[in-house]
Design a binder for this molecule. Structure first.
Ligand code: NAD
Ligand code: TYD
Length: 339
């Protein structure tokens, strides 16, 4: 099998590249990534010399480029991780979110359609369901929860999801969608809550907590998400949506305090700052469908996952310090010119 993984130089896509090469050593993996600020070739350094792996730099919204790639490579499946993924950036400047997340999805699906109806999987998010109240712990997102978005980011992901389902119904494209809760783990870009707090705490810098810090997210270790996508790709029912989450709801402030405790840093580093506009209160996934149909269950408990994640950031300081200092932009030329 030859699989196109888009956005593989980012956090989840990168972890998925490693997961697939480790678990399906007979598969050819091609990674297409634009290397935006969030894409980092050093994330893929460990597979660059693997003969089953190839990296291609390009934009999923560039139709000419994508069409040429598909006619040259003859993929059996396409898994789309590529996206603008940060809510705060979408609030500052929404347009690139619509171009990459919606137009990019359409360009990829058309390429699948015109190259033999290639199997397509869309990596989506629980944020398409909007948010839940804090005082109703009984409520969770199921696949039937109406789409009800809050941010330009989640709206662009929802737009893409609707398009994916339309391509199934209208053209019979063999699609699936996964909607996962917040991931954490290695290679997480340090603009997101957990890596931001780890890296800032290590530098004894203040930790900016939005609003009252009581917003709740449902955290899943990234490898569990990779396993879920692998199962959906091979055994998922075509045309279906699968929620992915591990029943691990935590408030932001509890996460921040836990990180401080693990790093032996004082809580005086915490600084409450102005809330995010339209800030979603609570996310919570009901993963009953993927458990029932595909036997998926999360393997990593939060206590172990956060331990592993902190250890990874301690052991891989160069990875995130290069990013923070901006040097990572030069990394592509250095790595790619050798190939
Ligand atoms: P990320 O921001 O870390 O990585 C995104 C990657 O996509 C980067 O490598 C970037 O260079 C690449 N990219 C961006 N625009 C591109 C374009 N036009 N063409 C080609 N490549 C492009 O994101 P992530 O956190 O790894 O998220 C991956 C996917 O998973 C996204 O679709 C996101 O919506 C979804 N998701 C993320 C989470 C989470 O907690 N991070 C949870 C659920 C779903
Ligand atoms: P984030 O990692 O951006 O993921 P998302 O908003 O997509 O769930 O943020 C997770 C939570 O942490 C969210 O409630 C916003 C909050 N947050 C802070 O309090 N401070 C910060 O500096 C960041 C980046 C996030």
């Amino acid at each position: 099998m030859k699989i196109l993984i888009t956005g593989g130089a980012g956090f989840i896509g990168g972890n998925f590249v490693y997961y697939m090469l480790a678990n399906h050593s007979d598969y050819e993996i091609v990674c297409l990534d634009k290397l935006t600020y969030a894409g980092n070739l050093s994330t893929l350094a460990g597979v660059m010399n693997n003969k089953m792996f190839k990296f291609v730099k390009g934009d999923i919204a560039d139709k000419k480029f994508v069409d040429e790639l598909f006619s040259k490579e003859k993929f059996d499946a396409c898994i789309n991780f590529a996206a603008e993924s940060h809510v705060d950036r979408s609030i500052e400047d929404p347009q690139i979110f619509l171009i990459t997340n919606i137009i990019g999805t359409q360009v990829l699906m058309d390429a699948c359609r015109f190259n033999g109806n290639i199997r397509y999987h869309q990596v989506s998010t629980d944020e398409v369901y909007g948010d839940l109240p804090l005082d109703r712990p009984d409520l969770m997102f199921t696949e039937d929860t109406p789409i009800h978005t809050s941010s330009p980011y989640s709206s662009s992901k929802a737009g893409a999801d609707l398009l994916v389902l339309a391509y199934y119904r209208t053209y019979g494209l063999p699609v699936t969608i996964s909607r996962c809760s917040n991931n954490y783990g290695p290679y997480h870009f340090p603009e997101k809550l957990i890596p931001l707090m780890i890296t800032r705490a290590l530098a004894d810098e203040t930790l900016p907590v939005y609003g009252d810090g009581k917003n709740v997210r449902d955290w899943l270790y990234v490898e569990d998400h990779c396993h879920a996508i692998d199962l959906i790709l091979h055994n998922g029912r075509i045309g279906e949506v699968y929620n992915v989450g591990g029943h691990n709801e935590m408030s932001n402030i509890d996460i921040v305090k836990l990180i401080l405790k693990k790093l032996d840093k004082p809580e005086s580093l915490i600084k409450y700052v102005t809330d995010r506009k339209g800030h979603d209160r609570r996310y919570a996934i009901d993963p009953a469908k993927i458990h029932r149909e595909l036997g998926w269950l999360p393997q990593t408990k939060f206590a172990d996952g956060i331990e592993k994640t902190i250890a990874w950031y301690l052991d891989n300081k160069k990875w995130w310090q290069d990013i923070i200092s901006g040097d990572y932009r030069n990394y592509y030329d250095k790595m790619y010119s050798k190939r």
